[in-house]
Write a new protein. Structure first.
Length: 519
C-alpha cells in the first residue's frame, strides 16, 4: 500500500493549486511571474491613479487616489533609485517569491547522494552453476551519482527521467555495481522559490558483478518520495530528494516488498523560463523632457540640468544659473556678497591671499620662502636656505665655516692642566692665544668649551674637575678680550671617552678640552 501515499499527496497538491491550474489552462502566458503580477495588480487597485488637468491641477478618478505631496515651489521628492535589493530580473520582489516554477520548464540536473540497499533484495542471477553463487547481502551504504531530465508542462505537474549508478560490494567483499533507469511524475506547490514536491515512478533496478557473487540481474522497481527545490536564480536550482525505492524481495515472487532508501542532492540548469518583461518607462508628469526620477521639479516644467524652472533663490536679481552664491544675496559681478574669508581686513577681491590672514601691502602673511626659519623680510637670501653651522646663522644665507675657525673645532690639542687641578699649564698659552685671535677675528662665532677626563677616580669628582677646567679656559679667553656671552662651558667628566680607558695612552686622549661652534 506504500506507493498509494504519493498519489494521495499529489491529489492534495492539485487541490491546493486548483485555481492556478485553471487559470494556466486558459492562458499559457498569464502565469509567467504570476506572484509579481498579482502584487502589481493589488497595488494598482489599492492606490488608484492620478492625472494632471489642463492647468496642471490634479484630478482624482472615482476609485480614489492619494495626492502627491509637493512643496511650495512644486518640487517633489524623488523616489528611491537603486537602493532596494534587486534580483536577476531587476524586480524588488522578495527572493522567496521571485522564482516560483512557471509552465514548460525543462530542468537538466546532476545529482549525488547515498543509497541504502534493502537487506532482502532479489538482485542475483537465476542460474546457480558456481560455488557461492546466488543471494548475497549488500553493503548497508553506497554512494549514488546520476543525471536527471525533468519537463513540467504545468507549473504544478511534470514528468522526469533519470539514471544512476551505485558502486558497492557484497557481504563477501566482492565489488558490485547497482544501477537504475527510471521515470515518473512530479507534483509540486509552485508558489515560492522554495518549492516542495512529491515524486512517484517506476523503472529498472539492476546489479552488475562477478558471476561467483551476484552476477548480472535486472528487476522492476517502484519509487516514491518527496523533497524541495531551491531556485537560486532564473536558470539555476538546487534540489533535495528523500525516497523509498521498492523492489522484489528475496524468495517472494513478483511482489514489491524490499525497501531501499536514498537521499539525493542535485544541481540543475533551468530552461524555458520566460524572460521578465522590461519595466515600463517612468512618466514625465510636467512634459518638460525630464523623466520623473531625474526631475527635481516633477510638477513644474523646467530646463537643464535638473528639470526645474530658472529661479532667483536669494532674490538679488541674479538668476540662479548666473549666481555664484545662490543662497546668499549679493552684488555684481557674480551675485555674491563682499567677503573677507580670512578676516584680515582685506576684501577677497583685493586680497592676494584670501585664505590666509595677512598684512600690508597685499593681505598675505610674511613668508619664509626658503624654509630656513628666517622670515623673508629679514632674510638676506630669500631663495637660499641658511646653513645652520653656528657661523653667521642669522643672515639667512648659506655659508661655510672659515678654515681658521674649523681649526679650533673639536679636540684642541696642546691644552694641559696640573694633575687633578683646574690650573692651566703655561705651555698651553700659545694654543689658547691662537684660539683667541680667531674668536676676535670672527666676532659672530659662539663656542661651547667642554672638559673631559678619564675614568680614574670618583665619577662625580671627575665631572666637577672637567667643569672647572672648562671654566678656566673660558676665563682665560675672556681675560684676553673675548665676550663672555659668546662662550658656554660644560663638564662631561668620563662620560664621553674617545679612546679606551684601559691603557695609559687612551686615558691621556680622554683627558681633553673640546671647542664646538654653537648658534
Amino acid at each position: 500500500m506504500a506507493p498509494i501515499f504519493p498519489l494521495i499527496v499529489i491529489s492534495s497538491v492539485l487541490a491546493v493549486d486548483g485555481v492556478s491550474a485553471a487559470h494556466g489552462l486558459q492562458n499559457d502566458d498569464s502565469d509567467t511571474f504570476a506572484p509579481e503580477e498579482a502584487e502589481a495588480e493589488g497595488e494598482a487597485s489599492a492606490s488608484g491613479s492620478v492625472r494632471l488637468g489642463a492647468k496642471g491641477k490634479k484630478s482624482k478618478k472615482k476609485d480614489g487616489a492619494a495626492e502627491a505631496d509637493t512643496d511650495g515651489k512644486g518640487k517633489k521628492g524623488k523616489g528611491k533609485k537603486g537602493k532596494e535589493a534587486k534580483g536577476d530580473s531587476g524586480s524588488t520582489t522578495p527572493w522567496i517569491r521571485r522564482w516560483p516554477p512557471t509552465r514548460n520548464l525543462v530542468e537538466l540536473g546532476i545529482f549525488g547522494g547515498v543509497y541504502l540497499p534493502g537487506a532482502n533484495h532479489e538482485l542475483f542471477e537465476a542460474d546457480l552453476d558456481l560455488p557461492d553463487q546466488g543471494f548475497h547481502g549488500l553493503a548497508t551504504v553506497a554512494p549514488e551519482i546520476g543525471a536527471r531530465v525533468s519537463y513540467l508542462p504545468l507549473r504544478f505537474l511534470g514528468i522526469e527521467v533519470e539514471g544512476a549508478v551505485m558502486p558497492t560490494h557484497t557481504d563477501t567483499d566482492v565489488s558490485a555495481t547497482l544501477w537504475t533507469v527510471r521515470g515518473g511524475l512530479i507534483g509540486q506547490i509552485p508558489k515560492w522559490s522554495i518549492t516542495p514536491f512529491v515524486v512517484l515512478g517506476a523503472g529498472a533496478l539492476a546489479v552488475s558483478s562477478d558471476r561467483a557473487a551476484l552476477g548480472n540481474d535486472v528487476d522492476p522497481s517502484l519509487y516514491f518520495g518527496g523533497g524541495a527545490k531551491l531556485y537560486l536564480s532564473r536558470r539555476t536550482q538546487l534540489r533535495i530528494d528523500l525516497r523509498d525505492v521498492v523492489s522484489h524481495k528475496q524468495s517472494v515472487d513478483a511482489t514489491f516488498q524490499n525497501h531501499n532508501f536514498e537521499a539525493l542532492l542535485s544541481f540543475a540548469l533551468v530552461l524555458g523560463r520566460p524572460k521578465p518583461a522590461p519595466p515600463p518607462p517612468p512618466p514625465d508628469t510636467d512634459g518638460d523632457g525630464f523623466l520623473d526620477p531625474d526631475d527635481a521639479c516633477v510638477e513644474e516644467a523646467g530646463v537643464a540640468p535638473d528639470g526645474c524652472p530658472i529661479r532667483d533663490t536669494d532674490g538679488d536679481g541674479f538668476m540662479d544659473p548666473e549666481d555664484s552664491c545662490v543662497e546668499e544675496a549679493g552684488v555684481a559681478p557674480d551675485g555674491c556678497p563682499v567677503r573677507d574669508k580670512d578676516g584680515d581686513g582685506f576684501p577677497d577681491d583685493d586680497d592676494a591671499c584670501p585664505e590666509e590672514a595677512g598684512v600690508e601691502p597685499d593681505g598675505c602673511p610674511i613668508r619664509d620662502t626658503d624654509g630656513d626659519g628666517i622670515y623673508d623680510d629679514v632674510d638676506e637670501c630669500i631663495e637660499e636656505p641658511e646653513t645652520a653651522n653656528g657661523y653667521q646663522d642669522g643672515d639667512g644665507c648659506p655659508d661655510e665655516v672659515p678654515i681658521e675657525v674649523q681649526r679650533f673645532t673639536g679636540v684642541i690639542e696642546g691644552i694641559r692642566f696640573q694633575t687633578d687641578e683646574a690650573v692651566i699649564q703655561p705651555k698651553s698659552k700659545p694654543t689658547l692665544d691662537a684660539a683667541i685671535d680667531v674668536l676676535l677675528k670672527f666676532p659672530d662665532v659662539k663656542v661651547e668649551v667642554s672638559g673631559h677626563t678619564d675614568d680614574v677616580g670618583n665619577r662625580e669628582h671627575n665631572i666637577e674637575l672637567s667643569q672647572a677646567r672648562a671654566d678656566a679656559v673660558r676665563d682665560y679667553l675672556v681675560s684676553k678680550g673675548v665676550d663672555t656671552a659668546r662662550i658656554k662651558t660644560r663638564g662631561a667628566g668620563p662620560d664621553e671617552p674617545i679612546d679606551t680607558n684601559k691603557s695609559k695612552k687612551g686615558r691621556a686622549k680622554n683627558r681633553r678640552i673640546e671647542f664646538k661652534i654653537i648658534q
